[in-house]
Design a protein around this ligand. Structure first.
Ligand SMILES: Nc1ncnc2c1ncn2[C@@H]1O[C@H](COP(=O)(O)OP(=O)(O)OP(=O)(O)O)[C@@H](O)[C@H]1O
Ligand SMILES: [Mg+2]
Length: 435
């Protein structure tokens, strides 16, 4: 049993060190039916799937699957119905037994564990969210969300305090005493998510968690997960058959096809550099702007001015860059706004000494983006402005700037997916730049 005070101590992995992937799956097979091992017997080396299924009655669910997931990464497994996604995630923690292969999580050999070790491991390290959230109808939201903690043996008071916290986190504060039937599908899914988050495990396995939801609610849940993940930094294995969902959520994506991994890569890799026809067909309709982001095209900020500086210093800085504006930053390099050359000149004429005493010269509404902001948001911003777009990190620290011309060039360059499309997009962006 795990005591309440050990709840947040699950990060202390035994033989795992940072240089290793957190989850490692090596040459895993899952064969259904009788005597599954025979499928791997060298005497059948020249036989294919239809032989096993037809002659022997063995279905090959997974065929030599390997991948690894880094700590804090969101790894998406994507594929059509029947491609083996659920089989893979179930094998990962031996809810079903892999026929062959090796699985190591946080330095622990899952494949070699006894049942008892396995149960303890799952309880402390893994939380799961499914499409059918499996809420218990006669338990309140609070008791449903606290169920994992109850199984861990956490005492009532500690359990309820923690559960209230996570219900709040997923936007269900105030619903503690309601029953599942009183909630919409989206809200029930949030309870499922809260239950998984409450146990505070390092690893979250999510098997098509948003599949049953309306498109709008689904997008909200995706945004919610992205927001939670920037905070929680869990290692997430997320399963979906929706390519757009995969591209939106995944740091990396594995495309599964017929029980095999067709390709593993970043969203950009998958869309721009498909390794085979299957993946190429899958991704051909994806718009480049939804995949390319600011990190691909941003450059070091050319001119920055600090709040304590005045117009003379600013004009000097702007003059020695090749632009006609500077970014205002504070002492911690945090982005404060845009200072154009004309505003700096006006400030000089008005006798301003330092800008942090004369904010009216700084355009503080001039919006910054993040490195992950995609081109479909950047392009309209770039078109409606004379200046580059500032890029900030999660702490609002200025980390780069994006020039309109770079957006057009990147679209033209990544023409691998669709030549005409990229040429048109580049031409449009260039025309807009001249206008
Ligand atoms: N218990 C089982 N016995 C026999 N075959 C099985 C069993 N479970 C799964 N399969 C087969 O394994 C293959 C992969 O199934 P799996 O459920 O992993 O697919 P999936 O990618 O999760 O599909 P979906 O998107 O529909 O959930 C399918 O051909 C399925 O019929
Ligand atoms: Mg499935």
């Amino acid at each position: 049993m795990v005591a309440a005070d050990k709840l947040s101590a699950t990060a202390a992995a035994s033989e795992w060190d940072d240089a290793q992937p957190y989850i490692r799956v090596n040459a895993v097979w899952k064969v259904f039916g009788r005597n599954p091992e025979r499928v791997l017997d060298p005497q059948y080396a020249d036989k294919d799937k239809s032989y096993f299924q037809g002659e022997l009655g063995n279905v090959i669910g997974l065929q030599d699957v390997s991948f690894s997931v880094n700590r804090g990464e969101t790894f998406v497994i994507m594929g059509l119905s029947g491609s083996g996604k659920s089989t893979m995630v179930r094998c990962l923690i031996r809810l079903i037994e892999p026929t062959a292969g090796e699985i190591v999580i946080a330095g622990e050999d899952i494949t070699g564990m006894s049942d008892r070790e396995l149960i303890a491991f799952r309880r402390n390290k893994i939380a799961m969210v499914f499409q059918h959230y499996g809420l218990m109808p006669h338990r309140s939201v609070l008791d449903n969300a606290g169920w994992g903690l109850e199984v861990q043996g956490v005492k009532k008071a500690a359990r309820e305090a923690r559960t209230r916290e996570v219900l709040h986190l997923v936007g269900l504060g105030g619903w503690e005493d309601a029953y599942p039937r009183q909630l919409s599908g989206g809200m029930q899914q949030r309870v499922g998510l809260a239950r998984a988050l409450a146990v505070d495990t390092d690893i979250l396995l999510m098997d098509e968690p948003f599949s049953g939801l309306d498109p709008l609610i689904r997008r909200q849940m995706q945004d919610e997960l992205l927001r939670l993940q920037t905070e929680l930094q869990k290692t997430i294995v997320f399963i979906t058959h929706d390519l757009n969902e995969a591209l939106k959520l995944g740091d990396r994506i594995a495309i599964m096809h017929d029980g095999q991994v067709a390709q593993i890569g970043s969203p950009e890799d998958i869309v721009l550099r498909p390794e085979d026809e299957y993946v190429g067909d899958f991704t051909q309709d994806v718009r480049l702007e939804t995949v390319l982001n600011a990190s691909k095209v941003m450059v070091t900020p050319k001119a920055t001015v600090m709040g304590h500086q005045g117009p003379r210093a600013a004009l000097h800085t702007i003059g020695s860059s090749d632009g006609d504006a500077a970014w205002m930053v504070d002492g911690q390099e945090r982005y404060m706004g845009l200072l154009s050359i004309t505003s700096a000149e006006r400030a000089l004429r008005a006798g301003v000494k330092r800008f942090d005493e004369a904010w009216q010269y700084v355009d503080r509404e001039y919006q910054a983006v993040e490195p992950t902001t995609t081109f479909d948001r950047l392009i309209p911003m770039a078109m409606s402005s004379d200046w580059p777009i500032p890029v900030v990190d999660g702490g609002n620290v200025l980390v780069g700037e994006v020039h309109r011309s770079a957006l057009a060039e990147a679209l033209a360059e990544t023409s691998g997916a669709d030549q005409d499309y990229a040429a048109n997009a580049a031409a449009n962006a260039a025309l807009a730049a001249e206008a």
